[in-house]
Design a protein around this ligand. Structure first.
Ligand code: NDP
Length: 389
């Protein structure tokens, strides 16, 4: 039995995890579940899975949550502190599946209690990788990667020494714009960017995938998760998304993890770890797949990936700034306030102005850097729209 808390339970990763949990109910009792504003969805999940505690980050959603769970005996809470409190409740594992830097504090709260973290929330490592992995190491807490590429690398590394690793590859579908020219990408609308070829995911990560920013965030995530220097990490376009990650060793061996493009594969791996549990994903039929192809990513058509690689290489606060500016820009793109090419433009400008300095060593540092980058991104958008009108 493994008592589980799911942060971001109403989202795409949260829902996939609950699908696995529902197939192994006695193995994974639920301690707590959280969401942002989807009180009705969260209340349903809390009831269906017999959670002890449910919290929404958005306080405006609290009356609806309280009412929906009245008489059930399930405790409720609201606000970011209540989400962090959910993460700090006694559990064997916390699945961190909040989207964005809002996930950092609950991840640190889980680590602070010594609870194993299954991490989907890549932004927490991009914004605060040294802080999060430093506190995990200090507490002896295991961080298991849920992100499919990192889960693949984790599996391919099993039993090996890091000093024997030459290269780690993480793969990418290439997104909906893989074959588009730069002008077409610049004119892309939210509905174009939201069409991921292989996965159904939350809006933010789907837009990140379309511009390959997601792959850049994942390189930074891998850098922190596996303590690997940037020059040993590579992104590779692989449209079939059958190979999720590969590790090349000093003797010339390459070990890869393969599987269906279904988040329930890495989630099941983390939930069961170190055991294997039954997973519901489609099994691969290699004769039907027939061909696997790989391409170098194009850093000219996809400048967001270049910016993320530069931020990873520069280190310090650059990845924190990149993440915050990107969150602001993606939200503005989804609200149709800026164009697709503006996302990378804004991130580049904010990095130039805010990106130099030490990495955040505390949560207070993190929010200062994050806030300044968000303000700079908002000001950059305002200036650009004033100049255009
Ligand atoms: P979704 O947008 O589908 O879900 C996000 C979840 O987080 C929801 O439960 C949402 O609640 C909650 N949430 C959003 N903002 C806040 C906040 N400020 N405070 C507390 N909770 C919040 O995202 P995904 O499931 O797609 O992605 C989650 C994370 O996993 C991201 O970091 C993403 O990059 C990563 N990831 C996702 C993959 C996927 O296949 N989806 C694959 C690999 C990694 P509500 O529903 O109320 O808005």
């Amino acid at each position: 039995m493994r008592r589980l808390t799911i942060l971001g339970a109403t989202g795409s990763v949260g829902t996939s995890a609950l699908d696995i949990v529902a197939r192994h109910r006695h193995r994974f009792p639920i301690e707590a579940v959280t969401a942002n504003g989807d009180a009705a969805g969260l209340a349903r999940i809390a009831r269906d899975h017999g959670a002890r505690f449910a919290a929404v980050a958005d306080e405006a959603a609290y009356p609806a949550l309280r009412e929906a769970l009245a008489g059930t005996g399930i405790e409720t809470g609201a606000g970011p502190a209540a989400v962090a409190a959910a993460a700090a409740r006694p559990a064997d594992m916390v699945l961190a599946a909040i989207s964005g830097a809002a996930g950092v504090e609950p991840v640190l709260a889980a680590i602070g209690q010594g609870t194993t973290v299954a991490l989907a929330n890549k932004e927490s490592l991009v914004a605060a990788g040294a802080l999060v992995m430093g506190s995990a190491r200090a507490r002896g807490v295991q961080v298991l990667p849920v992100d499919s590429e990192h889960n693949a690398v984790f599996q391919a590394l099993a039993g090996s020494r890091m000093e024997d690793v030459e290269t780690v590859w993480i793969t990418a579908s290439g997104g909906p714009f893989r074959t588009w020219d730069a002008a077409a990408i610049a004119a892309a609308r939210p509905e174009d960017a939201l069409k991921h070829p292989n996965y159904t995911m939350g809006a933010k990560v789907t837009v990140d995938s379309a511009g390959l920013m997601n792959k850049g965030l994942e390189l930074i995530e891998a850098h922190h998760l596996f303590s690997l220097p940037p020059d040993r990490l590579r992104a590779l376009i692989h449209p079939q998304q059958v190979v999720h990650g590969m590790v090349g060793y000093r003797d010339g061996s390459i070990v890869a993890q393969l599987g269906a493009a279904d988040m329930r594969v890495p989630i099941a791996h983390c939930l069961g770890f170190p055991d294997r549990i039954d997973g519901p994903s489609r099994r691969l039929d290699f004769a039907a797949i027939a061909t696997l192809t790989f391409e170098e990513p194009d850093l000219v058509r996809f400048p967001a990936l270049r910016l993320a690689i530069e931020a990873m290489t520069a280190g310090g606060r650059a990845p924190t700034v990149l993440n915050a500016a990107n969150e602001v820009a993606v939200e503005a793109f989804l609200a149709r306030r800026i164009g697709f090419a503006d996302i990378a433009r804004i991130v580049e400008r904010v990095l130039e102005e805010e990106g130099v300095g030490p990495a955040p060593a505390t949560l207070d540092d993190l929010w200062l850097i994050d806030h300044a980058a968000r303000q700079r991104a908002a000001a950059t958008m305002l200036n650009a729209s004033a100049a255009a009108s």
